[in-house]
Design a protein around this ligand. Structure first.
Ligand SMILES: [Zn+2]
Length: 472
């Protein structure tokens, strides 16, 4: 393994060495399901999907756990606002998130635990923290005692005296220190609750990730991921809970940058027009994935329609080459309607080096674009074998990024069958057009081209004869 990753805990890019050789446990803070996702919500899904793919291509056996926060203040507020049960709001929005991850081609996690399904694990963790003197029950719930854990603040790089109070308003007067945060929130009328030895209530947000990560990945695991907006207080609190309880917890902390709108983090109200469900009716999902995945995962993306269109055009250039090379090679480049990850040995060394260097996707894409340019030169020279070789390399690289236009989910078995039917029909029409031209009936030839265009097929005359593609 030659991967190096930026670890937020040390603020350095360092060699990635898994706890157990050959195996990687990865926990990603997933969705709080109070609303359907906008593109800001799914960027981490795409970023970490690339990391998971790269770890697998590098020969690692990956266990990928991404949670769902299905109980939380925001979900309860949304439920009251729309007059639905909290669980119906959570269920509906979880489906919207799953749809968004799927439509963007993210591989499903190995396990997707929900907070409300892990209350016994949380109770166990609370008991361990109380017994070891790091937590106390008081009015309004059970709290983590920040002063009992001297390393508090180290992950996010803050000095304890500069830290703001936690936002557990209910427990304000009962807390020993304003920074203490709720592990468990005491029952309030109208809210769902679960029984515990410290009275009925519901989970505090931070506790669930500590309980679920260690349940599925072990008390020490490799990578904890999430958006940079989760670093404080969420991840700081997670690491405090788990380490105070005696768990090793995450060995590397990997954070992705945010999608911003007008210089600000995309909020629910700002992001409404950028809901994934809505966007994929305007732009092909694969182009949206390219847009979200093309920047370095640690940099912020400032959303603009112009940048989105530029990304889409860049992707279409790559895709155009792959499709033309496949046409030129006949059956040599078949669509693969399942996700097949390439062997690392089939990838250009520069591409491998880029991804090994803290997942430098921009540099990796530069290698892809170079290969496309060379492939297009080969095609123009009629060198189909040369073009096919480049196309094979381009497709292998794209598969690592989840962007191979001839692979799932961008094509399905049904699609490739239909494409053959369309190709046969178009060639009949083009044959008639050639015949019309041969007898100098240009009006008829133009009419056939116009009819194809009306049916969504664009014909381009090239020195090698007419070629066609579906209009976008
Ligand atoms: Zn979390």
């Amino acid at each position: 393994m030659t991967l190096r990753l930026h670890d937020t805990a040390t603020r350095t890019v360092r060699d990635f060495l898994p706890h157990t050789p050959g195996k990687v446990g990865l926990y990603l803070c997933g969705a709080t399901v109070q609303a359907p996702p906008h593109i800001g919500h799914v960027r981490s899904g795409v970023s970490f999907d690339i990391l998971v793919r790269w770890l697998k291509v590098s020969g690692m056996e990956v266990t990928f756990c991404r949670n769902v926060t299905d109980i939380d203040d925001k979900i309860l507020h949304a439920a009251i606002a729309e007059g639905s049960p909290w669980w119906a709001v959570a269920e509906r929005n979880q489906r919207a998130f799953t749809r968004a991850y799927d439509v963007l081609g993210c591989l499903p996690p190995d396990v997707e635990p929900r907070a409300t399904g892990h209350v016994p694990e949380m109770i166990t963790l609370i008991r361990r923290l109380i017994e070891s003197g790091h937590a106390y029950a008081a009015v309004g719930g059970v709290y983590f005692e920040v002063s009992s854990y001297p390393q508090y603040g180290a992950l996010s790089g803050q000095r304890p005296e500069h830290m703001r109070a936690s936002d557990d308003i209910e427990g304000e007067s009962a807390k020993r220190d304003p920074r203490d945060f709720a592990l468990w929130k005491g029952h309030k009328p109208g809210e769902p609750s679960w029984e515990t030895p410290w009275g009925p209530g519901r989970p505090g947000w931070h506790l669930e990730c500590s309980a679920m990560a260690t349940k599925y990945l072990g008390e020490t695991f490799d990578i904890h991921g999430g958006g940079l907006d989760l670093l404080f207080p969420h991840h700081e609190n997670e690491v405090a809970q788990s380490r105070a309880a005696g768990d090793g917890f995450a060995r590397y902390w990997v954070h992705n940058g945010l999608v911003k709108l007008g210089g600000e983090k995309m909020s629910k109200s700002l992001g409404n027009s950028l809901l994934v469900d809505a966007m994929v009716t305007q732009i092909r999902p694969v182009e949206l994935r390219y847009y979200l995945g093309q920047a370095h995962y640690r940099s912020d993306i400032e959303y603009s329609l112009g940048a989105l269109e530029e990304a889409a055009a860049a992707y279409r250039r790559i895709e155009g080459f792959v499709v033309r090379a496949a046409e030129g090679a006949g059956t040599a480049t078949e669509p693969t309607p399942v996700t097949v990850l390439p062997l690392v040995s089939s990838l250009p060394a520069a591409f491998v080096a880029a991804l090994d260097d803290d997942l430098a996707v921009p540099q990796a894409l530069a290698v892809v674009h170079e290969a496309v340019t060379e492939g297009n030169t080969a095609l123009a020279a009629g060198d189909h074998a040369g073009a096919a070789k480049q196309a094979e390399s381009v497709r292998a690289m794209l598969a690592v990024l989840g962007l191979d236009p001839l692979a799932a989910p961008w094509v399905t078995a049904g699609d490739s069958g239909l494409r053959d039917v369309v190709a046969a029909l178009v060639s009949v029409a083009l044959g008639q057009r050639e015949a019309a031209r041969a007898r100098r009936d240009y009006a008829a030839a133009d009419a056939i081209r116009a009819q194809l265009h009306a049916a969504g097929i664009v014909v381009e005359d090239t020195p090698a004869g007419p070629r066609w593609e579906l209009a976008r």
